[in-house]
Design a protein around this ligand. Sequence first.
Ligand code: URA
Length: 267
Amino acid sequence: MEKPENPDLAELAKWLRYYRDLGFTHIFRSPLQPSPLAETPVAVATAAAPTTEPEAYTIAMPTRTPKPAAVPPSGSDLFAAAAPRESLEKIREDLGDCQRCKLSQGRKTIVFGSGNPKAEIVFVGEGPGADEDEQGLPFVGRAGQLLTDMIEKGLKIPRPDVYICNIIKCRPPQNRKPEKDEIAACRQFVERQIDSIRPRVICALGATAAETLLNVKEAMGRLRGRWYEFRGIPLIVTYHPAFLLRDPSKKSETWSDLKMLLARLAG
Ligand code: URA
């Protein structure tokens, strides 16, 4: 860790060493993270966030209840910056020949994710379909072609420059929605992928990605088009490309979400 230059940083470094010595490997800044018990996601929208209150920090604990830490408030992301980064290779290695849930029985290939490990944007989808299961890569079927167009023609970014992954890594039978236990078994991996990459923005594609990353349950029409935070990283929700294939009328809203994303990157 670099030597801090001012007393606040020295104090912060002291706390970080303290928590590291206690065995914590991750400390996340997530002042706007909704409580798992939150009834409405509106409370987590950045636009609605209070600006005068000092920010709180939460520490990743084995329990899912966020606990405020006795840490000096600061506007920076020093916690995230100072935490050791796990490599994507290490996370993939941990995933191994995963048998953590029943989806392992029907899959052909684990679809971990692909793209730039230092991407500024991470797209998170739901789970692999038949083409992805076959090839071991995310978003390579029809929905994937549309996502590629959104990235390359819309955002004007080469697809290999972003990172793309899914909430679950194995194809559900008949492409059904992933079940709660499957998401629970897999969610640590997408969270660790995001922690590893630490992109400037996350784009959650569809309800499963949004609900899992934000711990909310809400209609897509209400979730999209506004900013949230996932562990201090700005997150925007938009429609899943597979949904857009079924309802192309939603493409204009999707484009407006992508423009918000571009504006955020530019800013
Ligand atoms: N749909 C997803 O959510 N992910 C993929 O990888 C492909 C289709």
